[in-house]
Design a protein around this ligand. Sequence first.
Ligand code: B12
Ligand code: SF4
Length: 589
Amino acid sequence: MRILLIYPDIHTIQFYHFQHGLAWISATLKQGGHQVELLYLNQELSPELALEKVRSAKPDLIGFSSTTLQYQFALRYARALKQTMKALLVIGGIHATIAPEAVMQDRVFDFLIRGEGEYPMLELADALEQGKDWRGIQNLWWREGEAIKSNPLRPPVDLDRLPFPDRGLFDEDRILAENYQQLPVMTSRGCLFSCSYCCNSALKELAGGEKKWHRRRSVEKVIEELELAHERRPGLKSVIFVDEVFTTDRKWEREFCEQYRERFKTPFQIYVRVGTADFESLKRLRESGLYSIQVGVESGDERIRREVLNRKMSDEKILELFHWADQLGIETWSFNMVGMPGETEQTIRKTIKLNEKLFPNHLHLAFYQPFPGTPLYERCRAEGLMTEVEPTSIYLKQPKLNLPGISQERLKEVYDEFLSLGWLWEAQKGKQGYLDLSGIFDRAKISAGGEKFVMLWLVRVKGEDRLSILIHPPSAVSWKVKLKKGARLRFGASFSPDVWDQPGGGCDYLVKVKTRFGREQTVFEKYLDPKHNLAERRWNDFEVDLSGYGGKMVELKLETKTRNGNDYCAAFWSRPHLVEGGPEHGASG
Ligand code: B12
Ligand code: SF4
C-alpha cells in the first residue's frame, strides 16, 4: 500500500534534521512490501499547498508524527486533508503517546498508535491492504461512534530485530550539509532515570519499568550501521549518538570503544548524565574519538534539582564531570532551564554562578516547558501555575508559568542576561587568534542605532553556526587594543537568513582604526547585499591587514551602515579576532 509520512516540523528548531522514529517506521514498512514517502514540512504552507503535495503522492494511508509543540500543525493539516481526501489518517509520536485521549477527542485522526510504531503500523497497513480486521492490533486507538477504543501496548521492541533506519527517507545531502556533515545514530532507546519534566518518566511507566524501557542495540549492529554510513558518505566529519544517556553500561561501552577505535577515525559526540560516567570511562571514550559531551545541568539550585526536577546530584558531582572533560580535552555543552516551579531570581543567579564555574564551551538555555504526561506538568496544573498559553504553543522563547517567585518580565530579562553571558564564555573558552574581540565584548564601547541592536548571538547561515556580533545599522562597536606586529583582523560577515526575503538592500561593513593622536581611518569597506546577491548568502570571510599599526594602542571600530535607511539588515560579524603574521586563508569561524 502507498503510505505517506508527514513530519510537521514547523517553528521548532529551524534546521532540517533526521528523525529516527519515522526512519525506523519507514524501514519496517518497506521491509513488509509497502511504498513509503515522506513529506517534511519545515515551513508553514497554506493547507491548499500542503494538500496539493499530498495528492501528488496518492497515498492510501497518511501517518503524522508529532511532538507536543508540533501537534497544532499536525492537527491543522490533518483537518484540511480529512475534508477533501479519502485516505485514512493515523498519528503517532511522543504527543500521541503521552496524551492519546486529548488527541482522539479532536476527532480528526482515524487511528492513533501509542508508543513504538514500527510493528503496529506494519500490521495496520497489512490489515487495511488485505481487508482484514485491525481491531486486535496492540497499541492501536480508534473511535466507534462516540466511544474511544484502545488496545493494550505490546512490550518494547527488541532493537536488533529492527531493520536499520531508512536514511533514504530524508534528504541526507541536506541533513549533512546543514549539520556540518554530522551523522546522527541511535544505539539505545529509553532512559533509566525519571526527571519530572521529561517524557521518559511517562514512557518508562508505559513500558513496565526502566529495565524494560531502556534497551541497547548490540555493538555489532551499531558498528554495521556505521560502516554502511561511512561507505555511503566518505565525507562524514563526525557522528552524534542521540541516545538519551550514552554512558549507562560500562561493559557495552568497553566493547563499543574497542570496535569503534579499530574501524573509524570519525570523532563523535554523546549525551552524558552526571553520575553515569567516571574519569576512566571518559578517558576510554576520548581515546576512541569522543570530542564533545552534552550535559543536562538544568538548575544551579540543588533543592530545585532534587525536589522539583527529580535530579539527585550535587554541585560537586557536576563540577567534577566538567573538570574531567576539560582535563581530557573534551568539549562541553551545558544544558539549562529557567522558569520552573520554585524559581526565583536568586535561584537563577545560582544557576549562572554554577555555569560560570563549569565554564562550558557552549551554553544551551531554555524556558521550562510543561509537557503533558509528565509529573511536573501535573504539579504545575495542580498548583495553578499554568498561563492561559497552550502547551502546544510554538513560542519556545516565552516563559510558560506564572510564578510567585519571579515575574515573567523579570524572568525574560534574566534569561537574556544569562544567554549573553553564555556567548561570552563561549568566545572566551574557544578564543581565536591572539585576541578574540567577541571574548572581550563586555569591554567594548557600543554606539547602537537602536535599543539592544548590538549583541552577541549564535547565527546559523547555510548550516554553519557561528558566534557573532549583531551590529545592526547604523551601529558601531569599538575596543581599545594594543596591536601586535604584523597584526591582521579576521572576521566573517553575513545577514541573518531571516531577512534574506525582506525588502530593501544591503549594508556597508566598515573597519576603522584611530591611533591616540591620529584621525580615524577606514581600513576596510565592503558592501554586502545577501538579499539580491545569492552568492553572498553564506559567511563571507575577510582578513584586514593592520600591520601598519603594529605595536600601537588603537581604537578598533567595526561599523555597519546603510545607504538609504533600511530596517531589514540583521548584519552579523562572526568572531572578529586578531592574528599575527602573514596572510593565511581559511574560515574565520
Ligand atoms: C534526539 C532528540 C532530539 C533531536 C532530534 C529530534 C527528533 N525529532 O527526532 C534534536 C536534537 C534535533 C531535538 C530537538 C528538540 N527536542 Co528533542 N528529543 C530527542 C530525543 C532524545 C529522542 C528522539 C528519538 O529519536 N527517539 C527515538 C525514536 C525511535 O522514538 P520516537 O521519535 O518517539 O518515535 C517512535 C514513536 O514515537 C512512534 N512514532 C513516531 N512518529 C510516528 C508516526 C506514526 C505515523 C506512527 C504510527 C508512530 C510514530 O514510533 C517511533 C518508532 O518507535 C527525545 C526523547 C524521546 N525519548 O523521545 C527528545 C524529545 C522528542 N525532544 C523534545 C524537545 C522539547 C525538543 C526541542 C523542542 C528542544 C528545544 N528546546 O529546542 C527540540 C525540537 C525538535 C523537534 N523539531 O522535534 C521533547 C518533546 C516533548 C514533547 N512532549 O513534545 C522530548 C520528548 C524530550 C523531553 N523533553 O521529554 N530532539
Ligand atoms: S536523564 Fe535525561 S532523558 Fe533521562 S529522564 Fe532525565 S532528562 Fe529525561
